[in-house]
Design a protein around this ligand. Structure first.
Ligand SMILES: C[S@@+](CC[C@H](N)C(=O)[O-])C[C@H]1O[C@@H](n2cnc3c(N)ncnc32)[C@H](O)[C@@H]1O
Length: 247
């Protein structure tokens, strides 16, 4: 399936993963408790639905990173429209590139994107980027049901996604040098915020996209993903994990 087609689809949508302004704000306020946040790096910002929210909530300088230039171009337009050009800097680079020695931020933000390089890998690489007591807010897919249906287990396995139980994710954070602050599962409303516009937009996008074969494959993939959520959405979810660099 072509990446170009996926990118084209999401350029027509505001949201690229489950979420809401309320969820972003809740995670941010948890991360900012008793800690002054002046600098933020966001990994996998996409077209920046959370980036602008974070910039407004925090007043901090934000470096927003993604490896897809079309999403970043869209984000740059939004930054200009919002008059946030002094505060938000956009960088096209991979989440897993090495940073100059000594680079540190008060908060690392990664919403719906860490799967791309693997959560364990991300947590290992990003710890040195946190200033003393620095915070991280990262969202990831988790199992909720202790006995998820065979069909949904197979589905996520086929997608190459590793779903953990929140307990195991917490243990992973701790084993890699973080101290957990809190975590919570996104409400169903956040999935509807993502899937409702996607469902409405897919038919029109599919008929207009220049490469019908790839458009068909992308459509089929998301129809299947939405069917899974309709059928098994109480068995898995997205969760935000908020932690700090252990002293
Ligand atoms: C599901 S989207 C989430 C975007 C955004 N955080 C949101 O919630 O709307 C995943 C994003 O990760 C980006 N991405 C994937 N692999 C990446 C990598 N190795 N380095 C940087 N960004 C990457 C994609 O371009 C995409 O914008």
């Amino acid at each position: 399936m072509s990446m170009e087609a996926m990118i084209d689809l999401f350029l027509g949508l505001e949201r690229m993963s489950p979420g809401s302004h309320e969820t972003t704000a809740k995670a941010f306020h948890t991360a900012a408790q008793d800690h002054e946040i002046q600098t933020i790096v966001e990994f996998g910002c996409g077209s920046g639905i959370s980036t602008l929210e974070l910039a407004r909530q925090s007043g901090a300088s934000v470096v927003a990173i993604d490896n897809s230039s079309p999403f970043l171009d869209q984000l740059k337009q939004k930054i200009d429209q919002a008059g946030l050009g002094q505060q938000v800097q956009v960088r096209e680079q991979s989440m897993d590139v090495a940073w100059p020695e000594g680079t540190q931020f008060d908060l690392i933000w990664c919403e719906g994107s860490a799967y791309a390089i693997g959560v364990e890998n991300a947590l290992r690489q990003w710890l040195p980027l946190l200033s003393p007591g620095g915070r991280i807010a990262l969202s990831d897919l988790v199992w909720i049901d202790p006995n998820p249906d065979e069909e949904v287990q197979q589905y996520w396995k086929d997608q190459g996604e590793i779903l953990r139980y929140p307990n195991d994710t917490r243990a992973l954070f701790t084993s890699l040098g973080y101290q957990m602050i809190d975590d919570f599962v996104f409400p169903d409303r956040d999935w509807q915020n993502y899937y409702r516009p996607l469902k409405n937009y897919l038919p029109q996008w599919k008929s207009a996209y220049s490469d019908p074969e790839n458009a068909g494959m992308v459509d089929q993939m998301f129809q299947e993903e939405m069917r899974m959520y309709d059928q098994f959405g109480t068995q898995y979810g997205y969760a935000f994990f908020i932690a700090q660099r252990a002293p």
